[in-house]
Design a protein around this ligand. Structure first.
Ligand code: PLP
Length: 412
């Protein structure tokens, strides 16, 4: 709890009695809370610590960068780690150029600016149940309720994405595709610069798109000349058991946005990966984008070390295998426990939809040694991709106990 005279604002809550957490040690997938002991970090803090806490490899790489780099170098100073990381990212994604920023929101904004510059258009279409960051324009674009204090009554142009979706059937597309087409028609597709989609939705419910959605979005982008932007800030770099979340669903994007897992929280860095045809536009046109801390050498060093760990430790495959096993067991549990309405996800990006508000279940899980974030009726299970298998194997039983405990508490 925050003291009344605390100097630091706490995020996303009123300050009086704000909830805080003290962590004095963190190792791989666990955090140590003084007086409470070790907890499994099923949130990867902010869904970003893909390679685990306390990784010496990352810390040492940042230390070497501190010694070697000209830390005060301006944005267009050529530093080796900047070029090495950009080269690594573009070849990993089959893209052409890389633009760096510091946060996920800032990278999404730059991706949208690039789409506007290339197309000469201004409109952006997004999914209703999506989040693309907390800056004014990313809040304006997405439908996440966190937009409301700023954009209440000002609707974005949203694709309705009811869940579960109506599947394509007998020549009729899914309701998501119909809604995408309707959104484009409402704006005039010739005015749309970009459709931005999370590679796999994060804290707006981990909805799995119907199979026609991404391929159709690609087809419509080609037909109407807008750019398809995959926001992989949450779902990228192995989280879903593929390098990028969109790979599960087809429909290659023109731009890919990375954040969070790029540096696993060890340093601030995000990136926009840009395909060759889009990048060519800027060969002779000005790229009206830039920031003081562009491609920070410490961030680049952290990202390179994280990519080494993701590749070297086979974390993409690990997320796939561990995640599938956990989803299967949880889905089985859901069949016998009507307090679980649905289990969905890919890899270690898992959402558990409960039939009751999730907050009390999250508290019960905390008491069982698991930090599992809750939002409305959803629990989110997104541990570091390095999480010990035993922690996941034990989880369904712990969840069943927490659900029983929470409903007993609710009935007293
Ligand atoms: C899909 C997605 N995009 C963008 C962002 C914004 O990232 P940041 O908080 O680093 O600005 C987030 C953060 O949760 C996210 O989940």
């Amino acid at each position: 709890m925050t003291e009344p005279d605390a100097p630091l604002f706490r995020t996303w809550q009123a300050q009086r009695g704000a909830r805080t957490m003290v962590i004095d040690r963190a190792e791989n997938a666990r955090i140590h809370v003084p007086g409470e002991g070790w907890k499994w970090d099923m949130a990867s803090q902010s869904y970003n610590v893909n390679v685990g806490h306390g990784r010496r490899e990352v810390i040492e790489a940042m230390g070497r960068a501190l010694d070697a780099a000209v830390l005060t170098a301006g944005p267009n100073v050529d530093l080796p780690e900047r070029n090495i990381l950009a080269e690594r990212l573009r070849s990993m994604a089959g893209m052409d150029r890389v633009f760096f920023a510091l946060s996920g929101a800032e990278a999404v904004e730059n991706a949208l600016k690039i789409a506007m510059l290339v197309t000469g258009r201004r409109k952006v279409v997004a999914r209703r149940h999506s989040y693309h960051g907390a800056t004014l324009s990313t809040l304006a674009v997405a439908g996440d309720p966190r937009r409301e204090p700023f954009w209440e009554g000002v609707a974005g142009t949203w694709i309705d994405d009811p869940y579960p979706p109506r599947m394509p059937d007998g020549g009729r597309p899914s309701d998501w595709v119909e809604s995408l087409e309707a959104a484009l028609a409402a704006e005039g597709p010739e005015r749309v610069a970009a459709v931005v989609l999370e590679g796999l939705t994060g804290t707006n419910g981990v909805q799995i798109p119907p199979p026609d959605f991404w391929p159709k979005a690609r087809e419509l982008a080609d037909r109407h000349g807008f750019l398809l932007v995959a926001d992989e800030v949450f779902s990228g770099l192995g989280r879903t058991g593929r390098t990028f979340g969109f790979e599960h669903f087809g429909g290659a994007p023109d731009l890919i946005v990375l954040g969070k897992g790029l540096t696993s929280g060890y340093a601030p860095l995000s990136a926009v990966l840009v395909s060759a045809p889009v990048a060519r536009h800027f060969d002779d046109e000005v790229l009206w984008c830039g920031l003081t801390h562009y491609a920070s050498p410490i961030g680049c060093a952290a990202a390179l070390a994280c990519l080494d760990l993701i590749e070297g430790d086979g974390l993409v495959g690990r997320a796939k295998t561990l995640g599938k096993a956990l989803i299967d067991v949880l889905a089985d549990l859901a069949k016998h426990d009507d307090r679980i309405a649905d289990v969905r996800g890919r890899g270690l990006q898992i959402g558990i939809e409960l039939a009751c508000p999730a907050e009390s279940v999250s508290r019960a899980l905390w008491n069982e040694g698991y930090f599992v974030p809750a939002k409305r009726h959803m629990l989110y299970v997104c541990p570091p991709l390095t999480v010990e298998a035993a922690a996941l194997e034990a989880f369904p039983e712990v969840l069943a106990r927490a659900l029983a405990g929470a409903s007993a508490e609710g009935s007293t």
